[in-house]
Write a protein that binds this ligand. Structure first.
Ligand SMILES: *[C@@H]1O[C@H](CO)[C@@H](O)[C@H](O)[C@H]1NC(C)=O
Ligand SMILES: *[C@@H]1O[C@H](CO)[C@@H](O)[C@H](O)[C@H]1NC(C)=O
Ligand SMILES: *[C@@H]1O[C@H](CO)[C@@H](O)[C@H](O)[C@H]1NC(C)=O
Length: 389
């Protein structure tokens, strides 16, 4: 403490800290904050203290750089109000030193956790380099995962250079992610920004995502997802899918995506399923007030996804897609075909609604293409609709 007080900036910060309600400080548990010394045991000890408390607790992480190995913050806890208040940078091990683990930072079976602030440096770039020349690179892990948890809030968090996905929400309910910033190189492999799966009541608000894979990917079993105020790009867009990976699969329903700007992305609004039998479905999706800036596939439903033609050639997707509405979608396409509905012959898409669409390619109307797609169009529709009634 005395040594820290030598720095005027730190003393101000310490003063601010002492005037807040932070009742647990990772420094008190021996977290070093020199960016090198492993602080994971200290973080886990702070977590254990907060989790065992019968009252809500705040874990404060001061403005330093903490090196963390993979950690799991596990519940259930004795209170449902644990806040991580982070002014810190958390750094992951290099992939060569990364213990095998699906997540770097993981919350499991918790109720009522907020993560406020924080800057996660996944240090993924050496792994991406390895992956570009080898199939056997160890150490890939999601940066931040929430599993089997409820009543979660993440605010003002930044995630850069994840080794795999940035943030995963899996088997959760009532999760709000807002003012999150996500950044990884546009060619970085499998760095999905936010992946949601098997979860209910999930919101993503006012978030900026630049990454190498999907900005947001929406997996099977997602119900009541709200995405509002997102800037995406570079990246692969906002994708529902890939679905039909399994024969028995949960559906995706009640998804609203609004006020999103896509800039230079591979896709905009995409739904994709493998060309394989499945009892999964997509039902009740509203896309509205979306701006496309030079997007390769602004609106796309692809039910014939079959990379490398493995395990699916000549099969039809069983995933039933229905009740998908596109309203007020404007801007520029980087390819001729801006609207593509390539649906399954055995389970054609139905109840697709188009309203006030204006997508241009090289300052001229773009084109649309439909296979097995039924629905109706209202208002200005550029390119003209090819849906059958
Ligand atoms: C909850 O409190 C009880 C009683 O104080 C204690 O025995 C238990 O270990 C606590 N649980 C957790 C998860 O810390
Ligand atoms: C999801 O949200 C709705 C509406 O706010 C609420 O009624 C429902 O209980 C929530 N479901 C779960 C599983 O939390
Ligand atoms: C579509 O957008 C272009 C570019 O902004 C504009 O010039 C054109 O008039 C719009 N078309 C319609 C039918 O609104």
């Amino acid at each position: 403490m005395a040594r820290l007080l030598k720095s005027p900036l730190l003393s101000v910060l310490l003063f601010l800290l002492s005037s807040t309600d932070a009742d647990i400080n990772v420094a008190d548990f021996g977290a070093k904050g020199d960016g090198k010394t492993d602080a994971s045991e200290a973080f886990l000890a702070a977590w254990a203290a907060a989790c065992s408390s019968s009252k809500p607790a705040t874990i404060y992480v001061p403005p330093k750089k903490y090196f963390l190995r993979p950690v799991v913050f596990r519940g259930p806890c004795n209170n449902s109000g644990i806040t991580f208040r982070m002014d810190a940078i958390l750094v992951a091990p290099d992939y060569k030193e990364m213990p095998s683990s699906e997540n770097w930072l993981m919350f499991d079976d918790v109720d009522g956790v907020s993560v406020l602030g924080g800057y996660l440096d996944g240090r993924g770039s050496s792994l991406w380099k390895c992956k570009s020349v080898s199939k056997n690179c160890p150490g890939a892990a999601t940066s931040l995962g929430f599993y089997s948890s409820k009543n979660i809030a993440v605010q003002k968090l930044t995630s850069i250079n994840s080794k795999l996905g940035h943030i995963v929400v899996h088997t959760c309910q009532n999760v709000v992610l807002q003012k999150v910033l996500i950044h990884a190189a546009d060619q970085s492999p499998h760095t999905d920004g936010i992946h949601v799966q098997n979860s209910i009541n999930i919101s993503v608000f006012n978030t900026g995502i630049k990454t190498g894979d999907d900005c947001i990917s929406i997996g099977p079993g997602t119900t009541n997802l709200q995405v509002q105020g997102v800037a995406c790009g570079p990246g692969h867009g906002i994708s529902i899918g890939s679905l039909a990976k399994d024969l028995e699969e949960e559906g995706v329903q009640n998804v609203v995506v609004q006020r999103v700007v896509f800039t230079g992305t591979q896709n905009g609004l995409r739904i994709k399923s493998w060309g394989r039998p499945s009892n999964g479905f997509v039902r009740g999706v509203v896309y509205k007030h979306v701006v496309m800036k030079n997007v390769k596939n602004p609106i796309v439903i692809d039910q014939n996804y079959c990379p490398r033609n493995e395990n699916c050639p000549y099969q039809d997707s069983g995933v039933q897609i229905s009740g998908i509405s596109y309203r007020d979608i404007k801007g520029t396409s980087a390819t001729k075909v801006a609207v593509k509905f390539d649906c399954s012959p055995t389970a054609p898409c139905k109840d697709i609604g188009l309203q006030d669409i204006n997508l241009t390619y090289q300052s001229k109307p773009a084109q649309s293409s439909c296979q097995n797609a039924r629905g109706v169009a209202h208002g200005v529709i550029v390119p003209p609709s090819c849906l059958i009634q």
